[in-house]
Write a protein that binds this ligand. Structure first.
Ligand code: MG
Ligand code: ZN
Length: 366
């Protein structure tokens, strides 16, 4: 009798467990989009007016205009209504509000893990691209931890931790022309990085680990001849990282949209947005073929208080106006998304939302 009861309970429990697990599988299989790779673009200082400026003067529609979902991100930092790129980058990279000027740290200066570090520890390949020095605030937020964004040489040392399999941008001086006399190219090579200093050598490289230091400090502006090079850097990086069967995460920054705003220079600003859009095109084309790649484009903050009080789209002429200081502003910035999970990015979000949403879509638990 006793045996029969416990057997019955066992059978019921087993059926219940089986029902539960199959139900769980069915629901997770249905509701969870399959995301293997994430390509994140950050237009530094790219508000909606900056995007519309580029849309107004570009010879063809921007690729951004074809993205099926869009939303907004709040950009305030832990310390200021108006963020800087350190706190803005850290919010996106590490999902935490911090003090302006800080890189990858909480307001108490303690290091917080970035999405790049977390996905790296899960076996994904990683890439960080920028047109500024890679040690500058936005790319640094994805790799380094430093309470002071200006400590470029210390930030360069953080790249030796191997968080980014591929990093390409400017910043050679912070790695090689240092106060401590060290040449960080030496340990990078020991770690298997192909260290390249020219676009030509980057083109030739097929190494799974690349340190591309293409300028002593920052790369030239798009108007000075850099137009299209970020797209090429993006193509190269996707080509290499997509060989990793665990998937990849990469961040591509259009660094100088911000500088166009600070300079209150309409053509500088708009041409940098157009250049970023060329890189977005490369990512979207890959994502279309791949089917498991999410592409998200956003900004860390708006720069320059740009408004467009007049213009003519047929003549591709725009009347522009910046605030006198050319400083950052607090307005929400756009989010554009394409690919599996893209719908999660519509609506109004906080800038701390990205990292956790990315991890959820990649099915990485913390
Ligand atoms: Mg930046
Ligand atoms: Zn700025």
């Amino acid at each position: 009798m006793k045996i029969r009861i416990s057997l019955t309970i066992f059978v019921i429990a087993a059926l219940f467990a089986a029902g539960c697990s199959s139900g769980k599988m069915a629901s997770s299989g249905k509701s969870k989009p399959q995301v293997k790779n994430i390509i994140l673009f950050i237009g530094d200082g790219m508000g909606t007016a900056q995007v519309y400026a580029a849309m107004s003067i570009a010879s063809e529609p921007l690729v951004l205009e074809s993205f099926p979902y869009s939303g907004f991100s709040n950009t305030w930092s832990a310390s200021h209504y108006v963020t800087d790129s350190g706190a803005g980058g850290t919010a996106i990279a590490a999902g935490i509000k911090t003090t302006n000027g800080m890189i990858g740290t909480a307001p108490d200066s303690s290091a917080v893990p970035s999405i790049t570090e977390i996905v790296k520890s899960e076996g994904l390949a990683t890439g960080i691209l920028s047109t500024s020095a890679v040690t500058h605030a936005t790319p640094a937020s994805f790799v380094a931890h430093n309470a002071g964004r200006g400590n470029y040489e210390d930030i360069a040392v953080d790249f030796l931790k191997g968080t980014a399999d591929i990093f390409i941008g400017g910043g050679e001086d912070h790695f090689r022309n240092r106060e401590d006399g060290k040449d960080l190219a030496v340990p990078l090579k020991e770690q298997g990085y192909d260290v390249v200093y020219t676009l030509d050598d980057l083109r030739k490289s097929s190494s799974p680990k690349i340190a591309g230091l293409l300028a002593k400090e920052h790369m030239p502006t798009a108007a000075e001849g850099r137009m299209g090079i970020l797209a090429e850097m993006t193509r190269k990086t996707i080509e290499i990282l997509s060989k990793d069967e665990d998937g990849f995460f990469m961040m591509v920054e259009g660094s100088m949209i911000d500088w166009g705003g600070h300079a209150k220079d309409f053509n500088y600003t708009a041409s940098e947005v157009i250049d970023l859009d060329m890189a977005v095109k490369v990512a979207k084309e890959f994502a279309e073929k791949d089917g498991k790649t999410l592409v998200v484009v956003t900004a860390d903050h708006e720069t320059g208080g740009l408004t467009l009080p007049g213009g003519n789209r047929d003549q591709k002429k725009v009347v522009s106006s910046f605030i006198p200081s050319g400083a950052h502003t607090a307005v929400m910035v756009p989010i554009f998304s394409y690919g599996p999970g893209a719908e999660k990015f519509s609506g109004i979000h906080d800038n701390t939302f990205f990292m956790n949403q990315f991890l959820e879509l990649l099915n990485i638990k913390r």
